[in-house]
Design a protein around this ligand. Structure first.
Ligand SMILES: [Zn+2]
Length: 105
């Protein structure tokens, strides 16, 4: 299993942390040449995944919160924890499965 991807422009490795810490998983940039990069053909997939996770998380947390099983801080902590895990899995998927392409937008 790889924990780096390769920049399509300069062929330098892009670490999984670079992918995980990107503002969104489809707005990556190379740390060496600053080229904007995205995983080819994954834009729709990642949007659907993000919406599905966001919806499921929001729905279940608001339900727990309303039932007084969770404080607001607890809900935020769980949301942040889940997002970190999801980002990490996403980063691994991009490193191991995605073809990266440069884009100029
Ligand atoms: Zn590069």
């Amino acid at each position: 299993m790889k924990t780096t991807a390769t920049c399509p422009a300069c062929e330098q490795p892009i670490s999984i942390w670079r992918i995980v810490s990107a503002p969104t998983p489809i707005h990556l940039s190379c740390s060496s040449c600053k080229t904007k990069i995205r995983p080819k053909g994954w834009t729709i997939l990642s949007l659907i995944t993000a919406l599905a996770i966001g919806f499921a998380l929001g729905f279940s947390l608001s339900r727990f919160y309303r039932d007084d099983q969770l404080s607001i801080l607890g809900a935020i902590a769980i949301a942040v924890g889940v997002l970190i895990v999801v980002e990490f899995i996403w980063g691994l998927l991009i490193c191991n499965r995605a073809t990266l392409e440069a884009h100029s937008k």
